[in-house]
Ligand binder design. Sequence first.
Ligand code: NDP
Length: 242
Amino acid sequence: MSEENVVLVTGGSRGIGRAIAREFADAGAYVVINYRQRGEAAEATLGEIEARGGRGEICRFDVTDRALTEREIGGIISRLGRIDVLVNNAGVTADNLFLMMPARDWDLVIDTALGGFFNVTKPVLRHMARKKSGVVVSIASVAGLVANRGQTNYSAAKAGIIAASRSLATEVARFGIRVNVVAPGLVETEMIAHAPVEMIKGFIPMGRIGQPEEVARVVRFLCSPAASYITGQVISVNGGMA
Ligand code: NDP
């Protein structure tokens, strides 16, 4: 990661996104930290990065708002001159059995993960295609690979990201752009605050949940020259869960 690299991390203010932002900043990149509503978390992430000698900025937009997202990404590119790495990390859960699931919870989860994938990736890719280089990594989930009761919306969104990324990788390889996916298992963030962690640990061969940094390191590897021949792949980071 060279100093002039600009990395955009959606949902970079908390949890896994925060660890990813920190990981890239530690490697010398300029990190754009996106968030939706919790400004104090974004400020804290930027503060941490700057305290470690890193550089970056905060950019607020809701990835489900297509027009706003396109405008803000246009602003980043004209302000900083480039986006070299895009990490599609923003995501939410709204778990329920399918028969009980309100339509709004189906829409929220799909619109954030899969709609967000389209809304953010399209304007960034247009720019990357023009400069003939770039890397996109999207955060899916083990739930996009195997069945998970109570997560039909989340599974559909994450499986969609996986399938879309594989196809997209074949379309943009000719522009020097690589597209990959990281599929975490259970990771210690606010997202799993209400999950039955002790019970789930029984299904994890490594017997523990993951840390955000363990996902972040894989994301950075996929964006580094060390991964120069890897595209269209899904890398699981799940303690052996699937
Ligand atoms: P958190 O809930 O801790 O953080 C979510 C982040 O996404 C926040 O920065 C939040 O910003 C942002 N966000 C949510 N909706 C939007 C939106 N519409 N537009 C812009 N930003 C948004 O989640 P995690 O860190 O746990 O999860 C990060 C990613 O990893 C997600 O895609 C998740 O599905 C995936 N994942 C997580 C796992 C886990 O066990 N934690 C396991 C597998 C995958 P704000 O706070 O401002 O709303």
